[in-house]
Write a protein that binds this ligand. Structure first.
Ligand code: DI6
Ligand code: FE
Length: 402
């Protein structure tokens, strides 16, 4: 009747935000890679191909909805410089920061980039992730941005991982356009975006709206070009200051606005109106020792769903542990455990426009699930370390860890 049935498990379906959508003593039936039964163990007929999960907890696979997973090089030297008092902005202004990773990424071969990215993905997978957004933005020219997006495409096509490939040409102004950000924005809109879209390498378009990066007016130009190509947009906004990015993003009905520590209530109302998701990134907040918290109560009050992601990148969030990020979302940003886990499942799916496919355990959804040795779903936020992920179920296939 089913291709596989998983029994003897407790499910945190995440269908209900009050109580993790818990179903104790549950079973999950899978057919053709989709969930075709979720309910009481007792309600499912016996058949072949039954996998007994021995009382483990099952959640939707975690979705990392904001990452910069493709890059070469390390920025551990800048980590040390910041510890000695230099700021992220000072280091960027002196030619380090994003541009240091651009130099290393441009110099790397296609295979080296792919292998380093895949190794990083393996760490995320080992902690429950199957479903990821991957940004370009360390190439900043046509050949190198294409190289990054092709690496992300290979992860999708060779390993079957759900990947959203996001073009982040507007991450920094490259050396060729030094002092001429407007000319670089024209190059993005007129050359890179159309060429990479024609090669079918782009699923979404992002930009970094910040004093040290691009203005809201420049973002508007890029979003207009994206809209002409029918590509959804999203924005790095209000991470270090409020430059009006989120209000611009809302006018384009962006999928999400990300970071948001310095956003304001007017912008949040615009997000609610445009049905956007707020993507919160506690890893960057932690590494930069930021003080200004994102306005979590205002997101709650205005009904803006909150997603949580690693923001994995070599500068401000070199973290490959989604579970550490869940913990930080609670300890640093004061999210409740159910909000944090919804932020990496249901709301992360929404941030990518994937809510009809992934993010909850429900019939019709892709059978991408994480299996945990825990005694309650809140444990995923509570402990650090301990390797609680026992197995991953990907498209209904059972992949146990050792
Ligand atoms: N905000 C961030 O935190 C990352 N990108 C961005 O726009 C940092 C990227 C880096 O420093 O390499
Ligand atoms: Fe980022």
């Amino acid at each position: 009747m089913f291709d596989t049935v998983f029994t003897n498990l407790h499910a945190a379906t995440m269908r209900d935000s009050a109580d993790f959508g818990i179903i104790n003593n549950a079973a999950i039936g899978v057919t053709d890679g989709k969930i075709t039964y979720i309910g009481p163990d007792a309600g499912i007929a016996t058949q072949d191909n039954v996998i007994d999960l021995d009382g483990a907890w099952v959640t939707p696979a975690l979705i990392d909805c904001h990452t910069h997973l493709v890059y070469a090089g390390s920025r551990a030297d800048e980590f040390e410089r910041r510890l000695q008092g230099e700021s992220y902005a000072d280091i960027a202004a002196s030619g380090g920061g994003i541009l240091s990773t651009v130099r290393a990424t441009r110099a790397a071969s296609d295979d080296a980039l792919y292998e380093q990215m895949t190794a990083r993905f393996t760490h995320l997978f080992r902690e429950g992730v199957f479903g990821i957004e991957i940004k370009s933005g360390y190439g900043l020219d046509l050949a190198s941005e294409g190289k990054m997006l092709r690496a992300a495409t290979r992860l999708r096509d060779e390993l079957g991982v759900p990947v959203q490939r996001t073009f982040l040409g507007a991450h920094a102004v490259p050396p060729e356009f030094n002092g001429n950000a407007d000319a670089y924005v024209d190059y993005i809109c007129d050359i890179m975006l159309p060429a990479l879209a024609a090669e079918n390498l782009i699923d979404a378009v992002d930009a970094f709206c910040e004093k040290i990066a691009f203005s809201a007016q420049q973002v508007e130009k890029i979003f207009t070009a994206a809209q002409k190509l029918s590509l959804p947009v999203k924005l790095h906004a209000e991470q270090l200051s409020d430059c009006g990015g989120t209000e611009t993003a809302a006018r384009f009905c962006a999928l999400s606005s990300d970071h948001l520590e310095y956003t304001n209530e007017t912008a949040i109302k615009a997000m609610a109106e445009a049905q956007m998701t707020a993507v919160l990134l506690p890893g960057a907040f932690y590494y930069l020792r930021e003080k200004q918290l994102p306005p979590v109560d205002l997101f709650r009050r205005h009904g803006v769903p909150m997603a949580i992601a690693t923001d994995h990148n070599p500068g401000t969030s070199p973290i490959l542990s989604p579970l550490a990020i869940l913990n930080m979302a609670c300890t640093l940003f004061r999210l409740t455990p159910v909000e944090a886990i919804a932020g990496m499942t249901r709301n992360a799916a929404k941030a990518l426009g994937w809510q009809k496919r992934m993010g909850t355990i429900d019939t019709g959804m892709d059978a991408h699930l994480a299996v945990w040795n825990i005694s309650h779903p809140r444990d995923l936020c509570y402990t650090l370390g301990g390797r609680p992920c026992r197995a991953m179920i990907t498209g209904g296939l059972y992949n146990p860890f050792e």
